[in-house]
Structures are given as structure tokens and as C-alpha cells.
Design a protein around this ligand. Structure first.
Ligand SMILES: C[S@@+](CC[C@H](N)C(=O)[O-])C[C@H]1O[C@@H](n2cnc3c(N)ncnc32)[C@H](O)[C@@H]1O
Length: 257
């Protein structure tokens, strides 16, 4: 099964780092914090978080061996990584911070998910999450449309695309209902200026399309990718440069004492 490809993911490292830093800026520093970074990827952002917040203990959790292979390079006292599925993993003790940048959109049922993460927090604990909310952009809609067309639909065995990401106001309500006394919730549009519209294909090859690649044979994925490129460029037009307007939801909440 194809894994995440760190080299492809990091082709747009600078652009992908922007929301991470915006999310980290929402977290309030504390004494001897215990933190987890869910879907930590290569661990490089986790190491920045660990150092910036002066955490006592930070654990990065990711299921991708390829992404985690790089994490050893960022080792520091109190910082460790574990290869695990976020669905099954849970912390051994209450946490001061549950952080996740660009990863929770791979999991379904966000109301239940947020309730679970809330349950991991100690008093005054913080939740900081960023999820992409660009699923109405052609980069996503074309991917999912093609997945329902022949020959890909049969090869994907009935799999259908879609996003579990809710509206910003729904997350705000969830945080309130869960008892986060203070919260910050925003939808932010990042303006990523790419050399051309075809670079959107390179962008999604490192994220969204990994899910489809994992479900198809290499030959069928090559066919899918060619068709995706053709249809996407028909929709976006051949533009140089191309402004990839990318919506993301940033949420932060803090529990009372
Ligand atoms: C877009 S990357 C974000 C990586 C990192 N947080 C960053 O800011 O660069 C998403 C990561 O989530 C991980 N991921 C996706 N689903 C997961 C799951 N169910 N359990 C653990 N990790 C998962 C992927 O392996 C990938 O490394």
C-alpha cells in the first residue's frame, strides 16, 4: 500500500508551514506542559512546537512510517514519536495540549472526535486544531467526481470521496458545548501563489490523492492521475502564475481550572 511521500508533501513546505505557525501562535504557553501532536508528519513541526512552548513532554503520533522516518533528526529531550493510528491511540495520562495541524480531516465524525480529544485534557488544557476546508475547490471536487466514473469507480470498489470537515460555526458550537471556556475560531484563506495551475496537481499528489493512490494499482493510478490533470486544467484554465486560494479552519479552546 503506498505510504505518504514526505518529499512530495514538502514540495510546498513553506506554504504548508504558514497555518502551522498561525495555529501554534494561538496556544498559550504554560509550565511543564505535556503535549501531543496528532498526525505529526515528519516531526519537524512537532519539534518547533516542543521548543517554542518549552514543553516538558511532547509526543508526535503518526501512522506513516515514511513520514516518521525523518523524525529521528529532530530528537530533543522530552520529545518522542510513536507510529500509531490516531483512531486507536490514546494518551496514558491527561494532557495540557492536544495539537493537530492538517491531519484530523483524515478522520470521520468530528463531533465524536472532538469529544474524545476533550476527554484527554487536564484542567486548563488546550485544544489547537487546523483542518483544511477547501473541499469545494476543483482540486477536490474533480478528484471525487472521477472516483465515481468508470473505470475508476469499479477499481475503487465503491469508495466515495468526501470531507468530514464541518462549518466553522459548528466547531465553535462544539467547543462551547464541550465546556471550552475560551475559544478562538476562524476561517482563514491562504493565498498560495504557485508557478502555474498544473502545480495544483503536484500539491494534491502530496496530500488528497495519497488516499486514492493507496486504493488503486500503480497502472490504474497513473491512468487516474492523467485524467485528473486533464479535467482539473480544463476547470482551472492554464494560468501562470496560479493563485491557489486555500481555506482552512483554525480552532483553539481552553478548559477552565
Ligand atoms: C498533511 S500531513 C500533516 C503533517 C504535519 N502535522 C504538518 O503540519 O506538516 C497529515 C499527516 O497525518 C497523518 N495521518 C493521516 N491519517 C492518520 C491516522 N489515522 N493516524 C495517524 N496519522 C495519520 C499522515 O500520515 C500525515 O503524516
Amino acid at each position: 500500500m503506498p505510504d505518504w511521500n514526505p518529499a512530495q508533501y514538502e514540495r510546498f513546505k513553506a506554504e504548508r508551514a504558514l497555518p502551522f505557525h498561525d495555529l501554534l501562535a494561538l496556544v498559550e504557553p504554560g509550565q511543564d506542559m505535556r503535549a501531543v501532536d496528532l498526525g505529526c508528519g515528519t516531526g519537524e513541526p512537532t519539534a518547533v512546537l516542543h521548543k517554542r512552548l518549552g514543553c516538558q513532554e511532547t509526543l508526535g503520533v503518526d501512522r506513516s512510517a515514511a513520514m516518521l522516518a525523518r523524525s529521528a533528526a529532530f530528537a530533543a529531550p522530552g520529545l518522542s514519536f510513536v507510529q500509531a493510528d490516531m483512531v486507536d491511540w490514546h494518551p496514558p495520562a491527561p494532557l495540557d495540549l492536544v495539537f493537530s495541524n492538517a491531519a484530523l480531516h483524515w478522520l470521520p465524525e468530528h463531533p465524536l472526535l472532538l469529544a474524545k480529544l476533550h476527554g484527554w485534557l487536564a484542567r486548563e488544557g488546550q485544544l489547537a486544531v487546523q483542518v483544511p476546508a477547501n473541499h469545494d475547490h476543483a482540486s477536490h471536487t474533480v478528484a471525487w467526481e472521477l472516483a465515481e466514473q468508470p473505470p475508476f469507480a469499479a477499481a475503487l470498489g465503491g469508495w466515495r470521496g468526501g470531507s468530514p470537515v464541518l462549518k466553522p460555526e459548528a466547531y465553535s458550537q462544539l467547543l462551547f458545548d464541550l465546556g471550552f471556556e475560551r475559544q478562538h475560531l476562524r476561517l482563514q484563506v491562504y493565498s498560495h501563489v504557485l508557478p502555474s495551475s498544473s502545480d495544483v496537481v503536484e500539491w494534491v499528489k502530496g496530500s488528497l490523492l495519497t488516499d486514492i493512490e493507496a486504493r488503486l494499482s500503480p497502472e490504474m493510478f497513473a491512468k487516474y492521475l492523467a485524467r485528473y490533470r486533464q479535467v482539473l486544467l480544463e476547470r482551472l484554465g492554464e494560468r501562470r502564475p496560479y493563485q491557489f486560494a486555500f481555506k482552512r479552519i483554525l480552532m483553539w479552546g481552553r478548559l477552565p481550572t
